[in-house]
Write a protein that binds this ligand. Structure first.
Ligand SMILES: CC(C)(COP(=O)(O)OP(=O)(O)OC[C@H]1O[C@@H](n2cnc3c(N)ncnc32)[C@H](O)[C@@H]1OP(=O)(O)O)[C@@H](O)C(=O)NCCC(=O)NCCS
Length: 202
């Protein structure tokens, strides 16, 4: 899986993390159900634990893929999050987080949402640093690994396309500014500066 000799390897199960928290009134939004931001913060923390356990280094969130809230979570529900490293690149890791809400009296659990988060391991200077290789063992882990690889390719393509579009936009604006400045300089040289609106009305 890696061409770097001696790179440490870790199994998916070594970093998996499950956490749960009872939703309290302070987690609610003004309409009653739990605030989406509270759920996102819990997901980020659950994913961070899996990332840090895999890397055994400090890690930062670099991106969160689209999150759909399929069903509301209510105050009093037990929110259960399961985080697992799906794929590890050189310095980045994709973590999948599955969120379930348990109505504790009945024990009924609903899958409310899932998301993929990318974390990067950083060194003391905040620079990306190498993480261990991920070793998927089960058929499910291998399926997730391959799917995460495909998502990673798409993310990096989008990142490149966005950077190119931004660079093209900046270049076009600079060219337009340059053309306007050339025009103004030519007008000034010809003594044809535009009168302001008040002067023009008189
Ligand atoms: C994380 C950070 C150090 C990465 O720096 P960078 O200059 O983008 O680093 P690189 O381009 O070398 O990318 C490092 C890795 O991140 C991956 N990566 C970078 N941007 C990414 C993105 N938007 N989505 C997914 N992966 C990304 C790269 O593919 C690379 O992975 P690999 O080493 O496994 O191949 C930098 O972006 C950062 O400090 N971001 C802020 C993080 C933060 O503060 N998070 C909390 C938000 S409040």
């Amino acid at each position: 899986m890696s061409d770097a000799p001696g790179r440490p390897r870790r199994f998916v199960r070594e970093s998996q993390h499950e956490t749960s928290e009872i939703m309290m009134p302070q987690d609610a939004n003004i309409l009653g159900p739990v605030f989406g931001g509270a759920v996102l913060a819990m997901m980020d923390k659950a994913a961070a634990v899996a990332a840090i356990r895999h890397a055994r280094r400090s890690c930062v969130t670099v991106s969160i893929d689209r999150v759909d809230f399929r069903e509301p979570i209510h105050v009093g529900d037990l929110v259960v999050m399961r985080a697992s490293v799906n794929f590890a690149g050189r310095t980045s890791m994709e973590i999948g987080v599955r969120v379930e809400a348990e109505e504790m009296i009945s024990g009924y659990r609903r899958h409310t949402n899932s998301a993929y988060l990318t974390f990067v391991a950083i060194d003391a200077e905040g620079r990306p640093t190498e993480v261990p290789e991920l070793v998927p063992e089960t058929a499910e882990e291998r399926r997730r690994y391959a799917a995460a690889q495909a998502r990673r390719r798409r993310r990096l393509e989008e990142r490149t396309a966005e950077a190119e579009a931004t660079a093209a936009h900046i270049a076009a604006e600079a060219a337009a500014d340059g053309a306007a400045a050339d025009g103004a300089a030519a007008d000034a040289a010809a003594g044809e500066t535009e009168p302001d609106a008040r002067t023009a009305r008189r």
